[in-house]
Structure formats: structure tokens, C-alpha cells
Design a protein around this ligand. Structure first.
Ligand code: NDP
Length: 445
């Protein structure tokens, strides 16, 4: 039996950040992982997905190149992309393990189960700690329909041996539309199936509509108000029965209908850690659960399920509990991007959130759309869309939204301005950087 000051369950973004920060204060720390060190973001999520996004952008670049004088005869190899991407993930996995070693954090491999509030068992060995942090992340939610086993979730998509000729993607959230965009550009015939009318619930309504139109124009077949009721194997294809009475035969089916916290195998109830009906661990402002000495953060608490948030929470937890340096995480103005083509970047409030918070009469909306200079030669009809939400009474910029090239990078920088409380007047007296798309944010009238 080994004893530590802190045991962290889950070596993903939040857990790794917390473990290394706690160890930097001289604490004895162990971290447990049942899969690969790095977690969803590094192994099955943000990183490999962004590599796929880059791969898909070559398809757009090669088709646009001709008007710029380049005659490119291009072909795409899924195998090469997969090999190189997997090697990168292996390197990152090794790097994260070496960071743990350098930080003097003990890595325990296997699935952790609580015995009591201060003790867990992994692979038959018991380990104890004064404090235990749960950072087990989330897992893709499987569909509850007949034949669900014939569909894959996003993890499996990365290991597919070849690009599917056709794919049905169910779900209009981040994962569904990012993969729809990637696979469409790489050459798959993509059907995106939405149970409602519009993608990206929770985002600014006009942006949702704008992006959906762009995705549709890029060749994705979007079926709205449609649910998949059954999947059957028919020869080499998967036949989807739809709620509209129609059917769809495709080579592959991806369900991206959300994720749920990874908590059901931890044995939480007997040790007094409360979860909600989705299995999300309930925590207070300092990430403390309902059981003393047990903390939780990141996606397993199902609050803001984004990697940078989990990392910030992990560091704040360790600083507060072990560094004698109480920290809290700011959950306002969290920038985020949806890596479709075109890309969507956003920070702050949507028009709907701003209106609900401050009232219609205290909100002014600035919008613009234009053909980006790059596309003045390509002949593509795509237009860049930008929107600022301003509170009239204070002139504060409450939200900034963009659909177009570089939207994520631009919104990251705008997040600094919003976090500092920038006003529309501050935006107006900021000099434009010309020629750029971002300059439109400081010239809107
Ligand atoms: P989301 O919660 O973002 O979206 C789920 C989608 O599935 C919604 O469009 C929802 O539609 C739909 N849906 C839910 N249940 C059903 C159902 N039973 N049948 C059909 N459709 C259904 O989940 P994702 O899986 O896309 O992403 C999970 C999390 O991963 C996100 O919360 C995000 O935090 C993170 N992520 C972040 C990324 C980034 O930062 N770029 C990239 C990828 C993931 P409806 O609107 O009708 O409810």
C-alpha cells in the first residue's frame, strides 16, 4: 500500500495540470489513468481533430490555388494522414508521461475504484491519500436505438482504416459539425442529421444560421427535424431508418449527440460523493464534492466542458489546496472556436443572452459581412460574418462573434479586450490592421 498527499484520478488536461502544480509545492502526488496519458483532448479530441482540420484545409487550398496561378494535381492519402497523426499523438503521450516523471508525480495505470474517502484500489493494489481529486472527464453518449452498435462515436473515427465514401453524422454540436466539415472536404459524401432545425444550440442564433448555410453550400447534406430510429446492416452499407419515413444507406455512421461524465465505475455513492442525474459530480466554488477531502473538476463535473477551463481549474485547485495561494477561475468571456470551414469563433454573450440579461432596449448589435480579400480571386461565394453585441448604457462590448478564416485566432485576442471591459469606443479608436479581416471589428458602424 502506498500513501500520498494527493491522488488524482484521470490523467487528462485537468488532472495533469492539478497533479504537476501540486507536486511543484513539494507534495507527494500520484495520478491514475486507465487509458493513455493525455486524456480526451490529446488522444481522442482537440489535437488529432485539429490535425484533421489542417488536412481538410489542403482540399480547400488546392481548389482555390488555380486562380492564384498554381496548377496543383493533388491526391489525398488517408493512410499517410492517419500514420503521421497517430505518431504525433504517440509523441505527445510520451511527452506527457515524461512531464509527470520530471515533476515527481507517480503514474498508476489502471482503473481506480474508491474503497473509502481516502483510499482507492487500482489493479488489486490499494493506495491512500489525504486528498483525492477526480478528473475523469467524459465519454461520448451512445444512442438508444435498435442497431446502435453499428454506429461509431468520435474516438473510433480516428482509427478508421480508410476515409468512408459516405457517412451519416448525427448531432449538430461541436463534434458533429467539425467532423462533417472535415470529412466533406476530404471527399466523403456527408449527411448531417439534426433532430431540430439548427446546429450549435447555445450559440448566437444568427451565427448558427449563417454557419449552417455555409456548411450546406460546401456540400454537406443537412437533414433537419430528423431522427434516426434504427440502423441495420445491408451488405457493406448501414441502412438508417429515419423518423421522416425515409431511409439512408451509408458506409459509416457517427453519433455525436453529446458526452456524459465518466463517473459510474468509481463507486461514488457509498463514499458520499453526490452526482446529478447525468452522473456529473456536484462541487462547490473550490471544487469540493459533498465528501470531505474529495474534489472534482473538468468534464466530470459537466460545467464548462473545454480543455483550457479544466487546466485552469486544475491549477486553481492545486494553488488553493497546496500552495497557500487561493485562486478562482473566471468563467466569463471564455473564447471558443468551432473548427469547421469556415471557422466560427466566439467570445462573450450571444445576442439572445445579452437581450435576456440586459433587455432589448439596452443592447446594440453591429454586424457586417463581406467577401474576404483571399476569396476575391478564388471565385468562392463564401462570405465572412462578424457581429458585436454592445450594452448601450455602458458602451461595453458584451460579445464578439465571427465566421470566417482565422475566427478562432481572432476571437482569442478579442477575449483579452472583453475581459478588460473594453467599450465600443475602445474598439473604434483602435487602429485597423490593413488588409485583414480582423480590422472589420474596429471599423463597424
Ligand atoms: P454537444 O453537446 O455540443 O452537441 C450535441 C448535439 O447532439 C446537439 O446538436 C444536440 O442537438 C444533438 N443531440 C443530443 N441528443 C440527441 C439525440 N438523442 N438525437 C439526435 N441528436 C441529439 O456535444 P458534442 O458531442 O458535439 O461535443 C461534446 C463536448 O465536447 C462539447 O460540449 C464541447 O465542450 C466539447 N468539444 C469542444 C470542441 C471545441 O472547443 N472546438 C470540439 C469538440 C468537442 P439539440 O440541439 O437538438 O439538442
Amino acid at each position: 500500500m502506498a500513501t500520498f498527499d494527493l491522488i488524482v484520478i484521470g490523467a487528462g488536461s485537468g488532472g495533469l495540470a492539478a497533479a504537476k502544480r501540486a507536486a511543484s509545492y513539494g507534495k507527494t502526488v500520484a495520478i491514475c489513468e486507465s487509458d493513455r496519458v493525455g486524456g480526451t483532448c490529446v488522444i481522442y479530441g482537440c489535437v488529432p481533430k485539429k490535425i484533421m482540420v489542417y488536412a481538410s484545409q489542403f482540399a480547400h487550398a488546392t481548389s482555390n490555388a488555380k486562380q492564384y496561378g498554381w496548377d496543383i494535381n493533388a491526391s489525398f492519402s488517408w493512410e499517410t494522414l492517419k500514420t503521421n497523426r497517430d505518431q504525433l499523438i504517440d509523441r505527445l503521450n510520451t511527452l506527457h508521461i515524461s512531464f509527470l516523471e520530471k515533476s515527481n508525480v507517480t503514474l498508476l495505470t489502471g482503473e481506480a475504484v474508491f474503497n473509502n474517502a481516502n483510499s482507492i484500489t487500482i489493479e488489486g493494489n490499494t493506495h491512500t491519500a489525504e486528498t483525492i481529486l477526480i478528473a475523469t472527464g467524459g465519454t461520448a453518449t451512445p444512442p438508444k436505438i435498435e442497431g446502435a452498435n453499428h454506429a461509431v462515436t468520435s474516438n473510433a473515427l480516428f482509427s478508421m482504416p480508410s476515409l468512408p465514401e459516405s457517412i451519416a453524422i448525427i448531432g449538430g454540436g461541436y463534434i458533429g459539425i467539425e467532423f462533417a466539415s472535415i470529412l466533406n472536404a476530404l471527399g466523403s459524401k456527408v449527411g448531417l442529421i439534426l433532430r431540430k432545425n439548427t446546429i450549435l444550440r447555445g450559440f448566437d442564433n444568427e451565427c448558427r444560421q449563417w454557419l449552417q448555410t455555409e456548411l450546406s453550400q460546401s456540400g454537406i447534406n443537412i437533414l433537419t427535424e430528423t431522427e434516426v430510429t434504427q440502423i441495420k446492416i445491408e451488405g457493406s452499407l448501414k441502412k438508417l431508418s429515419l423518423s421522416t419515413g425515409e431511409s439512408l444507406s451509408v458506409q459509416e455512421t457517427l453519433f455525436a449527440i453529446g458526452r456524459h461524465p465518466n463517473t459510474n465505475t468509481l463507486n461514488l455513492a457509498p463514499i458520499g460523493v453526490k452526482t446529478d442525474s447525468n452522473g456529473a459530480i456536484q462541487v462547490d466554488d473550490s471544487y469540493q464534492t459533498s465528501a470531505p477531502h474529495i474534489f472534482a473538476l473538468g468534464d466530470c463535473t459537466n460545467r464548462v466542458n473545454l480543455t483550457p477551463v479544466a487546466i485552469a481549474e486544475g491549477r486553481a485547485f492545486a494553488d488553493t489546496q497546496f500552495g497557500n495561494n487561493p485562486q478562482s477561475v473566471s468563467y466569463t468571456n471564455i473564447p471558443t472556436a468551432v473548427f469547421t470551414t469556415p471557422e466560427l469563433g466566439t467570445v462573450g454573450l450571444s445576442q439572445e443572452e445579452a437581450t435576456n440579461t440586459y433587455g432589448d432596449t439596452d443592447i446594440k448589435v453591429y454586424k457586417t459581412d463581406f467577401k474576404a480579400l483571399f476569396h476575391s480571386l478564388t471565385g468562392q461565394t463564401t462570405r465572412t460574418y462578424m457581429k458585436l453585441i454592445v450594452q448601450k448604457s455602458t458602451d461595453k462590448v458584451l460579445g464578439a462573434h465571427m465566421i470566417g478564416d482565422g475566427a478562432g485566432e481572432i476571437c482569442q485576442s478579442l477575449a483579452i479586450a472583453l475581459q478588460m471591459g473594453a467599450t465600443k469606443a475602445d474598439f473604434d479608436r483602435t487602429m485597423a490592421l490593413h488588409p485583414s479581416s480582423a480590422e472589420e471589428f474596429v471599423t463597424m458602424r
